[in-house]
Write a protein that binds this ligand. Structure first.
Ligand SMILES: [Zn+2]
Length: 222
């Protein structure tokens, strides 16, 4: 469930795969779904779902003061989910133990951020999102100059947090240049797209058909 930077090799491979998927989709179906998800997961290798359709979260001090725009970016990413057509909402509660962290450097991988879910039985009841601020990545928080919409050499923090919030509600990875794609490029901006909405509806309302594949969280490059 890591959101990682692209390598050029991986990017090329993804493009080839996308072309293949597009051709198959044209031949077989007009509305192929790409999300992967589990409705009822175990504590490892799959995600599961919350008993309800919302979760609360807090922003740690380290996160809030990591940059002048981090606080509004964090709450903004959560609000993007709440205000979307996806049937899941996030609410800020600064007393909550579900938190969003500036984690400093990750020691074991080069991911931009990670999401951790907590379970009781098959249901989710806790979340943590950690941003990797110690490996030299520059995160655009909406305040740095030169954005159009994101300045050169920056990763869009709000996009990354939207992705991690997607994991914490139960979405696995997609590989179709959607929000839940395991990879993101510099300057890339992704909103709560139809793939993410369809996946969330599958988990929480069963109004979409099954995912296109098994829950993928541990891609070889993430
Ligand atoms: Zn991910």
């Amino acid at each position: 469930m890591f959101l990682t930077r692209h390598s050029s090799y991986v990017k090329y491979s993804l493009i080839c795969l996308l072309e293949l998927i597009a051709i198959i989709a044209l031949l077989q179906a007009r509305s192929a779904q790409a999300y992967t998800a589990y409705k009822d997961g175990g504590p490892y290798g799959s995600i599961g779902r919350w008993a309800g359709q919302s979760a609360t979260y807090s922003l740690t001090d380290s996160f809030k003061y990591s940059g002048s725009g981090w606080s509004s970016t964090g709450t903004g990413a959560a609000s993007d989910w709440t205000n979307s057509a996806a049937p899941f909402s996030y609410y800020l509660n600064q007393n909550d133990i579900n938190d969003i962290l500036d984690a400093g450097p990750f020691f074991n991988n080069t991911a931009l951020a990670e999401a951790y879910n907590h379970y009781t039985g098959n249901y989710l009841d806790g979340l943590h999102i950690k941003v990797n601020t110690g490996n030299g990545y520059a995160f655009y928080d909406g305040t740095q100059p030169g954005g159009n919409p994101v300045p050169d050499n920056y990763y869009d923090l709000r996009t990354i947090l939207r992705h991690e919030f997607g994991h914490t509600l139960g979405l696995c990875h997609s590989y179709t240049n959607t929000l839940m794609d395991a990879y993101v490029d510099l300057k890339q901006v992704r909103g709560i797209d139809q793939d993410a909405i369809d996946g969330t509806k599958y988990i929480y309302t069963s109004t979409t058909t099954s995912p296109s594949g098994p829950c993928d969280l541990w891609d070889g490059n993430d």
